[in-house]
Design a protein around this ligand. Structure first.
Ligand code: FAD
Length: 372
């Protein structure tokens, strides 16, 4: 019976644990984590995400998002208690973010804002917006069917699925990755450790990955919903921010409120919401979508909370690879998913399972993905 310890109870660790538990009832899985679903801590990214599916990889790196979409779509269609529902997504490309040849030159350099993106053949009901539907200052845009994930419910749902499959949870703070193999619930040494420690991979002994830095995301969760708006929107930048601010909204399933965003501040560890940024976020949203507050301005937002999450950005892309520790334990790393941890979660976890099943005789094979 393979004994497996998963470090981390964010979306990356929980999804790996779920695929392992479903793969075989012989897989004996323990999840060890400092933070668990239900906690709100700036070191723990997953609860802070919107979250939705807006494909961000470049085409060459799109494997993880392509593989994840069918499962998230299935959950939205068939498993309402997972907290995922369908929502139309609208991507708006600002004129100043494009060169004359149509190439994207904005600060958020990812596949999302490409004109003619690869995901037009993957996401359902994709259409380019006719010029009659483009707001002022917008070069072009597209719309497609996507999902919005109520992360508070989805993370808890993952825990309940794992419990039903016999996965055991342990709270612990590891100082060094070599401690993990000794944490298996059977009391015996684990055969394999999966490292899904997210942003804290830069601080975990034996990993200390200096390529991992925070990409600070400030958001506001409000009670306002706007059925007339009917879609989630994301623009390629903002006129009044520092190049690392954008305008996006999405309404979570099951009464989770509407997320207003946001920022993408690389290297910024500040856990406190900045009031000036908060005002800019709200103003941008009501300027573009006054319907959200019934035309009454930002004062009419009913605020649930201001929040800051730190995306686990990794220079060079996510680390999904196998490594043998000095004590002989095999570790499969799965961290550094920046702003796309949910929308690539199943694809990344599948890759982790592939690495576990392949006998390791050669050097580890890194897999990277473009960052948001
Ligand atoms: P985490 O959720 O941080 O989990 C790490 C786990 O490892 C925790 O349980 C932690 O306690 C544990 N851990 C770490 N170190 C130790 C240790 N030493 N000992 C014990 N346990 C340890 N993604 C999308 O796909 N779509 C979106 O729309 C989206 N929007 C976002 C919006 C914002 C504002 C933010 C902040 C993020 C967004 N993301 C989005 C990104 C997504 O949230 C992250 O990519 C994802 O949550 C990373 O998950 P993770 O499991 O790798 O890390």
């Amino acid at each position: 019976m393979p004994r497996i310890v998963v470090i981390g109870a964010g979306v990356s660790g929980l999804t790996c644990a779920l695929l392992l538990a479903k793969q075989s009832k012989d897989n004996a899985v323990t999840v060890v984590a400092k933070h668990m679903p239900g906690d709100y801590d700036v070191e723990y990214t997953s609860p802070w995400a919107g979250a939705n599916v807006l494909p961000m990889a470049l085409e060459k790196d799109s494997r993880y998002e392509r593989r994840t979409w069918p499962e998230l779509r299935r959950l939205a269609a068939e498993v309402p208690e997972s907290g995922i529902h369908f929502q139309r997504a609208r991507v708006l490309r600002r004129k100043q973010d494009y060169q004359a040849n149509g190439e994207f030159k904005g600060a958020l350099s990812d596949g999302l804002f490409a004109c003619s993106p690869w995901y037009k053949d993957v996401m359902d009901n994709y259409r380019e917006l006719p010029s009659s539907e483009l707001p002022e200052g917008i070069h072009s845009g597209c719309e497609f069917t996507s999902v919005c994930i109520n992360t508070a419910i989805y993370l808890s749902w993952l825990v309940s699925q794992l419990a039903a499959h016999g996965v055991v949870f342990k709270r612990a703070v590891l100082r060094h990755i070599s401690e993990a193999a000794g944490m298996h619930h059977t009391g015996q040494k684990a055969d394999i450790v999966i490292n899904a420690s997210g942003l804290l991979a830069c601080k975990l002994g034996g990993v200390m990955d200096s390529a991992v830095i925070p990409a600070r995301g400030q958001i506001i969760v409000v009670r306002n919903e706007c059925p007339d708006l009917g879609y989630m929107v994301s623009t390629s930048g903002s006129d009044d921010g520092d190049g690392d601010e954008m305008c996006y909204t999405m309404t979570r399933a099951l009464g989770g409120g509407t997320i207003l965003g946001g920022t993408y501040q690389k290297g910024n560890w500040d856990s406190q919401p900045d009031p000036n940024i908060a005002v800019r976020i709200m103003k941008r949203v009501v300027d573009n979508y006054p319907q959200l507050t019934g035309g009454k301005g930002i004062e009419a937002f009913s605020i649930i909370r201001h929040g800051v999450g730190l995306r686990p950005f990794r220079n060079g892309g996510a680390r999904i690879e196998k490594e043998k520790l000095e004590d002989g334990t095999w570790v499969v790393h799965n961290y550094g998913h920046a702003g796309w941890g949910y929308q690539a979660s199943y694809g990344c976890a599948e890759h982790v399972l592939e690495l576990i099943s392949i006998p390791q005789t050669s050097a580890p094979q890194p897999a990277t993905m473009a960052d948001r």
